[in-house]
Design a protein around this ligand. Structure first.
Ligand code: ATP
Length: 291
């Protein structure tokens, strides 16, 4: 593995009086499969929502290091002006820029993609259309080029289609290309969500409970797809998952959250025997746990 792709420092997320995340610090290594686990309500999805810009964190830092630059996720979502900005024109200009043009699209453009716990496909579109829509930020959408149907425009369209079919092949859905996304089985929809995220050209993908609702055969196929992303495309995978068999089998590193704090991290064999982790899952006090 080569360096840190994601650093999260002192991340906090409060919903009114509820402290979903207290002070989360974690790092994800480039090219790894890292699992974020923890009991229900530990704050895992909230971490994902902060990382991918769906929530604006209450405090802390999220730095996403792609090969070409570092993106400050909280900054690109647009922050409130601070008193010091009025004497620092560069800072003021930057905040104004991101207030006007910032948003989650910049997080995706930086190379971070995600899937959702509750599948969110365009159900009334065909499978391949779902993948073409995902590429709108990469494809030439110049109106004039479209009207004149220029060679560059046709090439961009054909590349988008090739890319869509490449990822359909990886997730074994080529045969379903023209079916409506909403008509497919649950397992197929989960795989399509991964293909759609991959069509945005990410360096890192966050998968929120990808194995939820899958049978053992589908879970095995999914594990192979996740490994394929890492091994053949150098994609960093961060996943939330409750299927501990799968987590222990495919993860290089595991981070455990409980009540909005990281309580343990390490290799699967370390986590399996960590007393704090066992206590968190059993809902008992650490001192009561005997291994
Ligand atoms: N939008 C929200 N408004 C209010 N509270 C929220 C919101 N989102 C999450 N929470 C609260 O934050 C805490 C963490 O929730 P989160 O969904 O991140 O947990 P989780 O670890 O992903 O749980 P699960 O494994 O059940 O999906 C919970 O107490 C939850 O009720």
């Amino acid at each position: 593995m080569n360096g840190t792709i994601l650093s999260v420092e002192h991340l906090m997320m409060h919903f009114g009086g509820i402290k979903a995340l207290n002070d989360v610090n974690l790092e994800v290594q480039r090219g790894s499969i890292t699992a974020l686990i923890g009991p229900n309500g530990a704050g895992k999805t909230t971490v994902f929502n902060c990382l991918t810009g769906f929530y604006r964190a209450s405090g802390g830092n999220i730095l996403f290091n792609t090969r070409s630059k570092t993106t400050n996720v909280i900054q690109v979502l647009g922050q409130k002006f601070q008193p010091g900005d009025w004497i620092n024109p560069a800072q003021f200009g930057q905040r104004l820029f991101y207030k006007m043009f910032g948003g989650t699209h910049l997080v995706n453009r930086a190379g971070l993609a995600r899937t959702f716990q509750n599948i969110r496909l365009f159900r009334e579109m065909s499978v391949v259309e779902n993948l073409l829509v995902a590429q709108h930020m990469r494809v030439n959408r110049n109106l004039l080029a479209g009207v004149l149907n220029t060679p560059a425009y046709r090439k961009a369209e054909s590349d988008a289609l090739d890319r869509a079919f490449y990822w359909l092949e990886v997730v074994d859905l080529v045969d379903c290309a023209n079916r409506l996304a909403g008509e497919m089985s649950y397992g197929q929809q989960r795989r399509l969500e991964i293909a759609r995220a991959m069509c945005t050209g990410p360096e890192m993908i966050c998968l929120d409970e990808p194995a939820a609702g899958l049978n053992p055969v589908e879970t095995h196929t999914l594990s192979n797809i996740i490994r394929y992303l890492r091994d053949h495309h150098d994609i960093t995978v961060l996943l939330i998952e409750h299927d501990m068999g799968m987590v222990m089998e495919i993860s290089d590193h595991i981070i455990v959250l409980d009540h909005g704090d990281v309580i343990a991290q390490g290799k699967p064999e370390q986590i399996q025997h960590d007393e704090k982790v066992i206590a968190a899952y059993l809902g008992t006090d650490e001192s009561e746990v005997s291994v």
